[in-house]
Write a protein that binds this ligand. Structure first.
Ligand code: URA
Length: 201
């Protein structure tokens, strides 16, 4: 029998493959569209995400949405998710074992989302998704072609909330993603040059 998206959601909701299952309120799977040309991958749910069952809905998520909106992205353009689907206690970084336990679910998720472009938000996504040779500060903003995906590492919006002088770099990287999507006919071109928003979302 065919394995469908609802089957996948059930599998995620029933997952007990690591310790994080014990303390979670919700399994946080995605927001945006199930199938989308670009996938954004963060680290893991925080308190707001655990509460609401959706990724990037807290402070960092508001900043991400602010930047995506300013570039004219709409939810049909993206699929937002994380390396791990359950909140690490105290918002710590997921361990290697937790990331490894969650990876088969992320691999299935990618098969449903069918993105052409994958944006890795921050060093955790970068580290667990690729085998990095360089720190994210060096790798960000540069395309990597791997297994038919175009992958772009960039800063995590939570890092930008703490280091606002680097905001322009995240803004530019999302701009590169948008340009690539236009080039590949995955999104319609903007009529006006977007301006970087200065708020926190
Ligand atoms: N930070 C992340 O990496 N993911 C979220 O969903 C929220 C904050």
């Amino acid at each position: 029998m065919e394995y469908t998206w609802p089957d996948f959601v059930t599998e995620c909701n029933q997952c007990e493959n690591c310790e994080l299952a014990r303390s979670r309120k919700n399994v946080v799977i995605y927001r945006g569209s199930i199938e989308a040309p670009v996938m954004f991958v963060g680290e893991g749910p925080g308190a707001s995400e655990d509460e609401q069952g959706q990724p990037f809905v807290g402070q960092a998520g508001r900043l991400l949405s602010l930047l995506l909106d300013a570039y004219g992205f709409t939810p049909k353009d993206y699929h937002i998710c994380n390396i791990v689907k359950c909140r690490p206690p105290e918002n710590r970084v997921p361990t290697k074992e937790e990331a490894r336990a969650c990876m088969p679910l992320l691999a299935k998720q990618i098969r449903f989302a069918k993105p052409k472009i994958i944006v890795l938000l921050g060093s955790t996504a970068y580290k667990y998704f690729l085998t990095p040779q360089e720190p994210i500060s060096k790798a960000r903003g540069i395309w990597i072609e791997k297994s038919k995906f175009l992958i772009m590492p960039t800063f995590h919006p939570a890092f930008i909330l703490r280091n606002n002088n680097q905001r322009i770099l995240l803004w530019r990287d999302i701009g590169l993603v948008r340009s690539k999507m236009e080039e590949l006919d995955l999104i319609s071109p903007l009529h006006n040059e977007p301006e970087m928003p200065s708020g926190r979302g």
